[in-house]
Each structure stands twice: as structure tokens, then as C-alpha cells.
Design a protein. Structure first.
Length: 560
């Protein structure tokens, strides 16, 4: 059989959806995907294909597959692939390549048309970056690595003549991975928890690896009864009204979470990298709490000094601790103090926070919400009130502008019956504007809310904070034409406009349409993201600042 047929048949065991943009170096492969019965989503930019495949993998739990041509096709897919790398998403990217007899020598820059050394370009942002030589073995290894903990993208370079090469097509069975029995220090952890008076659990993006893990971690949380703080990578783990859900903390967050981190005596981190947006430089600089960190990636454990570092996947650890835990919760008073303080210091009442709050209340259980970057991301993750079985995500660690529109396409393809809500700024909207045609072409009823803050709002806010050195607004204008006109230009996509709080009643109308909708939400220019730590300020000194008496009161409540 031809290699291209074997590749299509093998990938069909993982998924029946391909995202991509064709070209001369990959057209043979696309032909085989079509003959194998794949649903081929033809995007209008390879960056969008990579991002759509990323979101498809997040929502479906299957392997995301992005297929592009050589040269610019491959280089355009780099940004989406990098996002999958940093967030740990299982995506297979295949790029066409010139025939093997036209590959350049070491000294040549290029020999074949559109030839590019994509292997080197993808090497630092994938678990495997390789030119396919032994078709069966290379493909099998790539798929295995993409799905193995810690998950991530893989890249395969596929020469045109190899696609058409006759191969045996033998089934490859990799040696079974026998899990090593590890000392998870369960008894020591239970003793440490029992001796703590003010414990907190931090849950990070590692919990999103699969539905079984999310369910098991939730069971553990419910059984322990310890207050839970969620990084943005795990914000949809618990419904907003879950009694243990204390929401977020970090550089941009609610105000109280940072005070709690400082006053806790035990922090149990589950699948969280404890990165700079959460704990600035080092968690040990902020708190005297004992830190128990569980992570599947040993490098993350080496990065953070801990009381106990547990190298394990979250499912195995959570299952063992949940089974062994037979104590009653004794932290009700500690939890009540946190929740009462959160109510006393709410988010600002500016238009974007009120809008996100209202939209989240109008959303339904099981909805999929995808936020872009910049202020749209921060407003959404600070204010969204998650409901049961909702998915709330973004490409968080790379945070590329324009992600949420193609990601919404991937999510809608993965879950056709779900309501997909895309939240994007006017800046990010232009980065992948062409994908409106993909939305139209496949009749995807995505609800696109464009938060128009008249330029790159997050950059403007940062420039304002550094006004001694930076000119406000530079490189943020001139800006864009009417979003209403853009909707009209794309075959009259349904358009709705929200100008003020009184218009929030239109949100339900937007969500009830059975077609794609662009809803422009006009945000007054200069509206800021708050609370936020400015560069040089302390961990609990978020802007807008509260007076010292308030800070003393909060600390006194949490210390006693």
C-alpha cells in the first residue's frame, strides 16, 4: 500500500477530523484523507489550522491533527503549535516537504521550491520533530509521544515522494509502558494536612489532561474539604458556586487570593507550574507555608523548592490520597473567612466586568467559552462565573492574539451540539479575521463577542503604568474599520451592538440565534484591568490600592 493510505488509516484510529491548508507538497496526503472519510476543515491560514486542532484536542479528548504544505505552510503553523507545547495539548502536525532528491545539502540554503528546514524550527516546541523515514515506526512513535504524559504536540516532515512510496503497512505495536511503582508519600502527606490549620489547594492546568483526571481530582477536593484556588488553566474545574471554590490568585486576579497565599500554612499544588503570573518569582518568597507539589514533569519539581515534591500524574496521586483519606474536614472556619473577605472586596463595576458577569449568567451548563488574549482574557477569567460542565480556556501560556476565533472553530467541530462562545478583542479579531469565512463555509453557529476597547488595551495600560518612559498608545493606532462593516462584508453575518449596561438584555438574544453572530461590545477607551500588580509592587499591593488599615484588617482575619 502507499504510505499516504497507511498514514490516513492509522490517524483514523485517533480522530476523523483534519484541520489544514493544502498545497502542492501535501496534496497527495489530503487526497488520502478524503478517501479515508475524514472531515477536512479547510482553514484560510495555517496558523488558524494549528489553533483549531489545539482546541479540538482540548474539547474532544482526541488527538488534534493539523496538516499543511511545505515552506510557508509549515512556518505559519509554528505559533499554534507553540501554544499547544506550552499548554500540553496533544496535536500532531504534518507538513509536506519537497521530494527527497531535491532536499538541500548542508551548505545550501534551499534547493527545492518552498523547501524549509521545518524540523529545526519545530524542534524546541514539540516533543518530537522528525522527517518521516520509516513510515510505520515514525508515525506510531509520534502519536504515542503526543498522548503520553506530559502531553504535547509532535511534528512530522513528510516528503512528497515518501507520501506515494509503496510500503508494507505493517502494524507497529510499541512495547507496553509498565508504570513504575512510586512512593507518593501518602501517609506523610496525610499527617502534614492533619497538622495544618490553614491549608489551601492550588489546582493548575495539569488537571485538564482528561475528563477522568478532572473527575478524580474533584472527588479528592470534595473529600478533603480544603479551600481551593484555581489557576486560569483550571478555572473550569469547579462551578463558581462550589463551596470550596475560592477562585484565583496572582498578578491579575481577585484581591484576596494573594493575601490567603501569604497567610496559609500549607499549600498543596496539583498540576500547577506556579509560574510568574501566579507567584511572581518564587512561591517561597511569598509565604512560610509548607509546599507540597505534585507534577508529572520532574523539571517543574526541580524548579520549585518544596517541602514534598511528588512526581506523579494527577489521577494516580488523587486516587491514592482520596482512597486513604478518612478524616473529617476541620477547616470550615478558615474557608468562611476567605469567602467572606472575597465578598467584601469584589471586582470593579466597570463595563467589561459587568458584561462578562452578565454573559456568564446567561450561559448554560456545558457551554464552551474561549477567550483571546490581552484585556479580553483578563476580564473574562476574572469575572466569568463557571457553571457545571462548562469548558473555559485559552492558549494561556503563549497567549497569541487571534487564538479564540480559530479555536472556536475547532471546539464547535469537536462538539457540534454545544454552544461555543468566542470572546475576542478588536485587536485579536484582526489577527485571524479570515477565519470568519471558515465559520460561514461550515455554517458554525459560533457566538463571537468582540470587546472593542479601541486598540491594544493591555499594551496601552502597561504603557500608561510606565508613562515616565513610554509614550501612551504608540503602535496601537491607526486602528480598524467598523466591525459592523466587517460583518456586512462577510456575507452579512448577523451583527448586534452593545453600547452600555442597558443593552445587556441583548445578550440572551445573541445566544438564542441558531447561526453565527458577531456581537460588538463597546468598551470605553482607557478602561483598565483591575486588580493588578504593577511592576515593583508587593504581592498583596494590587492596584487600585487599598489603605494600610484594610490590609492590616485582612491579614489579622486570616492570621487568627
Amino acid at each position: 500500500m502507499q504510505a499516504k493510505s497507511y498514514i490516513a488509516d492509522r490517524i483514523k484510529k485517533e480522530t476523523d477530523v483534519i484541520f489544514g491548508v493544502t498545497g502542492s507538497a501535501i496534496m497527495n496526503m489530503f487526497d488520502s484523507f478524503d478517501k479515508a472519510g475524514f472531515k477536512i476543515i479547510n482553514n484560510h491560514h495555517e496558523q488558524a489550522s494549528a489553533m483549531a486542532a489545539d482546541a479540538y484536542a482540548r474539547v474532544s479528548g482526541k488527538l488534534g491533527v493539523c496538516v499543511v504544505t511545505s515552506g510557508p505552510g509549515a512556518t505559519n503553523a509554528i505559533t499554534g503549535t507553540a501554544g499547544s507545547w506550552y499548554d500540553g495539548i496533544s496535536v500532531l502536525t504534518i507538513a509536506g516537504q519537497v521530494p527527497t532528491n531535491k532536499l538541500k545539502s548542508e551548505k545550501l540554503r534551499q534547493r527545492g521550491f518552498q523547501e524549509t528546514d521545518a524540523i529545526s524550527l519545530f524542534k524546541s516546541i514539540t516533543k518530537m520533530s522528525k522527517r518521516i523515514e520509516n513510515v510505520e515506526e515514525d508515525l506510531e512513535k509520534a502519536i504515542f509521544l503526543a498522548k503520553e504524559n506530559r502531553r504535547g504536540p509532535v511534528f512530522l516532515d513528510l516528503c512528497d515522494d515518501i507520501q506515494r512510496k509503496e510500503i508494507e503497512g505493517k502494524e507497529i505495536i510499541l512495547p507496553p509502558q509498565i508504570p513504575q511503582e512510586k512512593d507518593l508519600k501518602i501517609k506523610e502527606i496525610i499527617e502534614t494536612i492533619n497538622n495544618s490549620k490553614k491549608p489551601v489547594i492550588i489546582v493548575g492546568g495539569g488537571v485538564e489532561s482528561d475528563k477522568i483526571t478532572k473527575k478524580q481530582v474533584t472527588k479528592l477536593i470534595d473529600k478533603l474539604g480544603i479551600p481551593v484556588f484555581l489557576t486560569w488553566g483550571a478555572m473550569d474545574l469547579l462551578p463558581y458556586d462550589h463551596p470550596l471554590n475560592c477562585r484565583d490568585f496572582g498578578v491579575i486576579s481577585q484581591r484576596i487570593g494573594n493575601f490567603v497565599i501569604q497567610n496559609a500554612d500549607l499549600i498543596i499544588s496539583l498540576g500547577a507550574r506556579l509560574n510568574t503570573t501566579s507567584v511572581m518569582n518564587d512561591l517561597n518568597d511569598l509565604t512560610d507555608a509548607k509546599i507540597i507539589m505534585v507534577d508529572v514533569d520532574e523539571a517543574e519539581l526541580e524548579k520549585q523548592k518544596t517541602y514534598l515534591g511528588i512526581h506523579s500524574d494527577l489521577y494516580s496521586f488523587s486516587k491514592k490520597l482520596e482512597t486513604a483519606w478518612n478524616e473529617k474536614s476541620k477547616w470550615e472556619n478558615w474557608l468562611k473567612k476567605i469567602q467572606d473577605l472575597r465578598k467584601e472586596y469584589p471586582l470593579p463595576k466597570t463595563i467589561p466586568y459587568q458584561f462578562i458577569d452578565h454573559l456568564s449568567r446567561e450561559s448554560k451548563e456545558g457551554d464552551i467559552i474561549i477567550a483571546d488574549t490581552g484585556q479580553t482574557l483578563t476580564w473574562t477569567f476574572q469575572a466569568w462565573k463557571t457553571k457545571k460542565d462548562q469548558l473555559l480556556f485559552s492558549s494561556l501560556n503563549l497567549s497569541p492574539m487571534g487564538y479564540s476565533l480559530p479555536a472556536s472553530i475547532g471546539a464547535q467541530i469537536a462538539s457540534p451540539k454545544s454552544q461555543v462562545i468566542c470572546l475576542i478583542g478588536d485587536g485579536g479579531f484582526q489577527m485571524n479575521l479570515q477565519e470568519l469565512q471558515t465559520v460561514l463555509g461550515y455554517k458554525l453557529p459560533i457566538k463571537i463577542f468582540v470587546l472593542n476597547n479601541h486598540g491594544y488595551g493591555a499594551i496601552k495600560q502597561n504603557q500608561y503604568d510606565w508613562s515616565k518612559f513610554l509614550k501612551y498608545g504608540v503602535a496601537c493606532e491607526p486602528y480598524m474599520v467598523s466591525i459592523k462593516d466587517i460583518a456586512k462584508g462577510f456575507d452579512n453575518i448577523k451583527y448586534v451592538e452593545i453600547n452600555k449596561e442597558e443593552d445587556f438584555s441583548k445578550i440572551r438574544e445573541v445566544l438564542e440565534y441558531d447561526c453565527p453572530v458577531i456581537c460588538e461590545v463597546k468598551i470605553p477607551e482607557g478602561t483598565k484591568t483591575y486588580p493588578k500588580i504593577k511592576a515593583g509592587d508587593g504581592y498583596t499591593d494590587l492596584t487600585p490600592k487599598i489603605d494600610e488599615k484594610d490590609k492590616e484588617k485582612i491579614n489579622m482575619i486570616l492570621k487568627n
